[in-house]
Ligand binder design. Structure first.
Ligand code: AMP
Length: 190
């Protein structure tokens, strides 16, 4: 039996996707959103804690990229910095189409919501069989979901945090062992 919470979440997401795009002047006047002129570019969805690190790295490398952000505050900041930015929900077909996924090299989906991320993966994969899709997830189930829809690589945030912690423990442990090597065991001396 399906959990009622699942229905509630799906209803909420459906309402969110169907909401008119008041934030975008083009959408407010029902005009199509102009498609970027970029080619062979990276589409970066979400410029929060994760996406901003990726975006800053792309910016430093002078790599052609386009950001898609749902927050108007962030869009204003990005535009001030001269970063080409599209405002809106990237899961909406009109918004994603304007990023020119057919001509893009890569798509980085740096948003925390796996249902929306899945919709973005599906649309981008349908537009371009060769686009490299890297997505963010927070559970093994989300990793499977996004890979099943066509993502090439899915990075699970919590696993990467754990990996960093283990590496740090190993590094510190190695330093302690080097400073204080364990005494030779008596039984191995025989
Ligand atoms: P964070 O979790 O801090 O990495 O932030 C996620 C960022 O992604 C926020 O700045 C959100 O405004 C943005 N975001 C979330 N969902 C979408 C979406 N569907 N389309 C575009 N931007 C989004």
């Amino acid at each position: 039996m399906l959990n009622p919470l699942v229905f509630a979440v799906v209803d909420w997401l459906t309402a969110r996707l169907e909401k008119p795009e008041i934030a975008s002047p083009a959408a407010a006047t029902s005009e199509p959103i102009p498609t970027t002129d970029l080619q062979d570019h990276t589409i970066l969805v979400g410029y929060g804690r994760v996406g901003s690190i990726v975006g800053d790295a792309l910016h430093e490398r002078n790599a052609p990229f386009l950001a898609v952000e749902a927050s108007d505050d962030m869009v204003a900041k990005l535009k001030q910095r001269g970063i080409e930015t599209l405002m809106g929900n990237a899961a909406r077909a009109s918004v994603l189409r304007a990023t020119n996924p057919a001509a893009a090299r890569s798509l980085v989906i740096a948003i925390p919501e796996a249902f929306e991320a899945g919709q973005i993966v599906e649309q981008a994969r349908a537009a371009n069989a060769d686009i490299q899709i890297i997505a963010r997830a927070h559970s093994d189930a989300e990793v499977d979901h996004l890979k099943g829809l066509g993502a090439d690589i899915v990075i699970m945030g919590e696993r990467e945090i754990a990996r960093g912690m283990i590496e740090e423990l190993d590094r510190r442990h190695a330093a302690v062992v080097t400073q204080h090597p364990p005494a030779a065991r008596e039984d191995s001396a025989a």
